[in-house]
Design a protein around this ligand. Structure first.
Ligand code: HEM
Ligand code: HEM
Length: 178
């Protein structure tokens, strides 16, 4: 009972790790599909995978935000600077998890190729904007910047988690693991 109260709820913990794995895979596939020279079929399949799983981030994010309304573990005893830093980093994570798929969806809509976006080949996503080469290029750059900002933030986040584990030894990782 006490243990349960000192941790994030089960759904929050589960979604944290499912989404962490998904986001890392999306960055890896995004990088591979734009930096390697595969045949057209493989490239197309990678783009489809990236778009489908990228859009899946949106409903998962909604579930995660809802799950966060469950009772949360008590605040840790930290210096003010660490508390504020963690707050800002976690908020930035949520903003990036929203902005990245929306930007990707906008980019796919603006693409002069006008290929339909069909998540898991189930249905066609509505186009958010008309095809526009200049807009497409700007969204492409923005998507890239946001994706690598997410990666940088992840580096910082993991470094902070390791600091807790090995320097503070305050068991913070247990709050989010199983
Ligand atoms: C892209 C991948 C990741 C994202 C987006 C992410 C995001 C977050 C967010 C937003 C929180 C705050 C709690 C919440 O609102 O759910 C959190 C907590 C946490 N994350 Fe991650 N995380 C990622 C990967 C990782 C990895 C790889 C580790 C392991 C080293 C990790 C360790 C932790 C720990 C220990 C907490 C608990 C902090 C606390 O209890 O206050 N995260 N993560
Ligand atoms: C959180 C979700 C997402 C992440 C982390 C992510 C990450 C990435 C990364 C790292 C790249 C490679 C950027 C580069 O080096 O040029 C990329 C490219 C791309 N992403 Fe995403 N992405 C996400 C969601 C989406 C979604 C939902 C769509 C569309 C529906 C999308 C469409 C694209 C496209 C079309 C490219 C290739 C752009 C080009 O040809 O240069 N992404 N993404």
């Amino acid at each position: 009972m006490m243990d349960r109260l000192r941790r994030w709820s089960g759904p929050v913990r589960l979604l944290h790790w499912v989404m962490a794995a998904l986001l890392v895979a999306l960055i890896a596939v995004g990088w591979v599909m734009t930096h390697s020279q595969y045949d057209l079929g493989t490239t197309f399949a990678l783009y489809q995978w990236h778009k489908s799983y990228g859009l899946l981030v949106l409903p998962l994010l909604a579930l995660r935000l809802a799950a966060r309304l469950s009772p949360r573990p008590p605040a840790l005893e930290h210096s003010r600077i660490e508390r504020v830093g963690a707050r800002i980093a976690h908020l930035a994570f949520y903003l990036l998890m929203l902005a990245l798929p929306v930007c990707g969806w906008l980019m796919a809509s603006a693409s002069p190729l006008s290929l339909p976006t069909r998540p898991f080949d189930l249905f066609t996503m509505p186009s958010l904007v008309a095809p526009d080469e200049a807009l497409f290029e700007r969204l492409r750059l923005l998507h890239e910047i946001l994706a690598y900002a997410l990666l940088a933030l992840l580096g910082l986040h993991v470094a902070a988690a390791l600091k807790h584990q090995f320097f503070d030894r305050d068991g913070v990782i247990r709050r989010i693991t199983f």
